[in-house]
Design a protein around this ligand. Structure first.
Ligand SMILES: [Cu+2]
Length: 156
């Protein structure tokens, strides 16, 4: 191979690497709501190519979106807003019922199974640089099989 061609291929490969998202999202979903329910959670698996953190999210489906953590506190499952979810390089982090989740609040209307909720996730790298990523999260029924016990406390 001529050196010039090899350089071109290397450059193309490098450019492709830059364009690739630093974080991959798998199995994103949003829990369906019942009428009058004003909040729900979004869940997914996140995998970062390099150390980063999930700092916020937005969605056209909800005016208020927060990053929450659910944990056992004095034997009661409680949730609270957290400033960020750390995503160490190469380590999958799962946002799931009973743990970290993205909270969609002040919902203007019911979120029904079969709908798709667009989410924009905002990540912040160690250098303080922010990057956003669009995710289309399908809505799953309230009594999804992935739902563990103790979800009754997941209400505002
Ligand atoms: Cu929450």
């Amino acid at each position: 191979m001529k050196p010039i061609l090899r350089t071109l291929i290397a450059a193309a490969f490098f450019a492709a690497g830059i364009a690739q998202a630093q974080v991959t999202v798998e199995d994103a979903w949003v829990r369906a709501t019942v009428p009058q329910q004003r909040a729900t959670g979004a869940f997914m698996k996140l995998n970062a190519a390099k150390d980063t953190r999930l700092v916020s999210a937005t969605s056209p489906a909800a005016p208020v979106v927060e990053v929450h953590e659910m944990a056992l506190q004095d034997n009661v499952m409680r949730m609270r807003q957290v400033p960020a979810v750390e995503l160490p390089a190469g380590k999958a982090v799962e946002l799931k019922p009973g743990g970290y989740h993205i909270m969609l609040m002040d919902l203007p209307k019911q979120v029904k199974a079969g709908d798709t909720v667009p989410l924009t996730l905002v990540f912040e790298g160690k250098d303080g640089k922010r990057e956003s990523l669009e995710v289309q999260a399908p809505v799953r029924a309230l009594n999804s099989s992935t739902q563990p016990a103790g979800q009754g406390a997941h209400k505002h």
